[in-house]
Design a binder for this molecule. Structure first.
Ligand code: R5P
Length: 288
């Protein structure tokens, strides 16, 4: 087995290669120093993958990384790989998982169609709605990134795990099973891309240390609103924990409401504190 890492997932690709004791194939992402002035992407495999089972690891966020993923998959196939497994740690476009309004693209499925051109199977992580994977044209599995958060939170002195909305209950409960901590949830209504409203609810958090657990932190609006509610109810310490930390726009300012912010390495950021390499290594082994 050989591992190829895209430019946005190179740390994680190295870690997974170590876990599997597999060979990491070096890739060049620039033809000339500084890349193409028009921002087009470039990839070149620097070792042979002919006849190999190749695992290509690359999150599809931001957009340029989608193109890079497709170039890598095509280059790997052209080079004669026998089998190509896509590992997409953070599946960008995954949240547009249905046609909410007539005429919309179901973006998660659109991306999957293109992945399926060269890849035989797909592993991704903590999808917003894993049910969408059943509609993909290739075998696709959702791997949970929550155990990695659980490993960190276990030693973080947490009294309660809080899901900011109903979709996140399963993440808080899964983390709670690892930390041995109770969980609760809020009810959230999204007003626009930046604003959410939370239904007031008595949480019994006075003097307590609480971790808000979610799949994604994007603008940090959800976390900031939940953290404000916790503070107003007397929480002593507020931790934000997510699998996928995008941290766009005002996220850093929004997250000042928290004492600590934890994200995994599905998207590398200054808040990356835990690795999901063990989870992906186990899932790759299980593919057989
Ligand atoms: C949506 O339901 C997700 O689970 C997250 O809560 C959401 O994507 C977070 O976005 P933001 O950080 O922009 O509030």
């Amino acid at each position: 087995m050989k591992i190829v890492g895209g430019s946005t997932s190179s740390h994680l690709a190295k870690a997974i290669a170590r876990e599997l004791t597999a060979t990491l194939v070096e890739v060049s992402f620039e033809k000339h120093q500084g890349g193409f002035p028009d921002q087009e992407q470039y990839v070149r495999l620097l070792a042979s993958v002919t006849g190999d089972h190749v695992v290509l690891i690359q999150s599809t966020h931001p957009d340029a990384r989608v193109v890079e993923f497709l170039l890598l998959a095509d280059a790997i196939r052209d080079a004669g790989a026998r089998r190509l497994t896509a590992v997409i740690p953070y599946y960008g476009y995954g949240r547009q998982d249905k046609r909410f309004l007539d005429g919309e693209a179901v973006s998660a499925k659109t991306i999957a169609k293109h992945i399926a051109v060269d890849c035989d199977e797909l592993l991704t992580m903590t999808m917003h709605n894993p049910e969408i994977l059943k509609t993909f044209p290739i075998r696709a599995h959702d791997v949970s990134g929550v155990p990695a958060l659980g490993r960190y939170l276990k030693s973080a002195d947490v009294d309660l795990l809080l899901a900011p909305d109903e979709n996140a209950i399963r993440f808080a409960e899964e983390a709670g099973a690892i930390t041995g901590t109770p969980s609760d949830h809020l009810e959230k209504e999204r007003i626009d891309s930046y604003t959410v409203r939370i239904t007031p609810k008595k949480l019994g958090v006075k003097g307590k240390s609480v971790a808000i657990v979610d799949d994604v932190i994007s603008t940090g609006g959800t976390i900031a609103t939940a953290a404000k509610e916790l503070r107003s109810q007397g929480a002593r310490r507020v931790i934000a924990a997510c699998v996928h930390g995008l941290f766009v726009d005002n996220a850093e300012a929004n997250l000042e409401a928290c004492d600590d912010v934890i994200a995994t390495d599905t998207v590398q950021s200054p808040h990356t504190k835990v690795s999901v390499a063990p989870e992906f290594a186990a899932a790759i082994r299980a593919l057989g």
